[in-house]
Ligand binder design. Structure first.
Ligand code: TXA
Ligand code: MG
Length: 313
């Protein structure tokens, strides 16, 4: 199939209205969207991404009134978090309504809901006129795309349209919180940190790996965010590049030489460039990527989480 490239959110939304799948920019990463209520269109997302069928999708809305059709009820904790962080990089998981097809939530009785704050995403969602379910717009297992070119690299010829926007601002996926119970559970870290969340809902729990909540978020079990290259984590200058054909990303220039180095001036810049750096390393056939771990405040915790997942084999 030919993938249409456009800068026009209205044109892109037209493909969603006709049952197609469209990649669009958000402040976190690019998403691959379809009309949540169109089961046939939603199934195309799984096929195009080669995504395991047991990994549920997040529904994107352009205003809070759209949430009502998606969920049974908005719990007290969810409404506080929505009030504080929408629009923005936070997803709340709630019990889903009967109108949401099984394929969108991988058969779960819950659905993740998020309202992006990027202006172009807002205009696109508004023109779609329905909530849009979207995972990150990468082939399953690859790093999430932060540019439309990265989307094209993975999905060109496999999807109907790419809405071309700027590179994403944050560069890591949204924070995901399960709000179905009285005691919300943090399922995935993002730029909204645990302490940001606790200022609004003090009793949020962190998910442990043996926690039943992990079962509720199948995505946490899948391999994620990985470049083809081998990722090695370093926390100081020890354990630095010994192999030729290696690369480095971090805050401090390494003492050993590497083929490709990115020295970031802040943790925020590191977070927003790490996935694109992984892709660039793969394009150049780099074998080993050394990644500096950072201090775990603010977005640093989410960045360390993604680096650790990328290093898992
Ligand atoms: O920033 C983001 O969240 C991006 C943009 C496009 O919005 N989306 C994104 O989607 O990262 P995806 O599908 O790549 O990751 C969604 C994560 C997965 O780990 C999935 O398992 C979890 O959220 N998730 C989705 N729905 C869920 C649900 N009902 N219950 C528990 N976890 C859920
Ligand atoms: Mg993803």
């Amino acid at each position: 199939m030919e993938t249409v490239l456009t800068f026009d959110p209205i044109e892109a939304a037209g493909y969603v209205k006709r049952g197609g799948i469209v990649a669009f920019p958000t402040e976190t990463v690019y998403g691959l969207g379809a009309n949540v209520f169109d089961a046939t269109a939603v199934a195309k997302i799984f096929e195009a991404k080669m995504r395991p069928a047991d990994n549920p999708l997040i529904a994107h809305v352009c205003d809070t009134s759209q949430i009502e059709r998606l969920v049974k009820n908005i719990t007290g904790s969810a409404s506080k978090l929505i009030e504080a962080f929408f629009p923005g990089p936070l997803t709340v998981v709630l019990e889903r309504s009967g109108e949401v097809p099984d394929v969108a939530t991988a058969g779960l009785d819950t659905i993740g809901v998020r309202m992006p704050r990027f202006e172009i995403a807002h205009r696109f969602l508004e023109a779609c006129g329905v909530p849009v379910v979207a995972p990150s717009a990468n082939l399953s297992g690859k790093p999430s795309p932060t540019t439309w070119q990265a989307v094209f690299e993975d999905l060109g010829g496999r999807i109907d349209c790419i809405l071309q926007g700027d590179p994403t601002e944050i560069g890591l996926e949204s924070t995901v919180v399960d709000c179905t119970s009285d005691h919300p559970v943090l399922l995935r870290l993002g730029s909204v940190s645990l302490s940001d969340l606790r200022e609004v809902v003090p009793d949020i729990r962190e998910v442990g790996s043996d926690d039943p909540a992990t079962v509720r978020s199948p995505g946490l079990r899948h391999r994620h965010y990985s470049p083809r290259a081998h990722v090695v984590l370093i926390s100081d200058d020890k354990g630095l590049p010994t192999t030729e054909n290696s690369a480095f990303i971090g805050l401090h220039r390494p003492s050993a030489g590497v083929r490709l180095a990115k020295i970031c001036s802040s943790v925020g810049e590191y977070a927003s460039s790490v996935f694109e750096f992984f892709r660039e390393c793969d394009r150049r056939g780099i074998e080993t990527i050394y990644c500096e771990l950072v201090s775990g405040e603010g977005i640093g915790a989410a960045l360390n989480d993604r680096l650790r997942r990328a290093a898992e084999d």
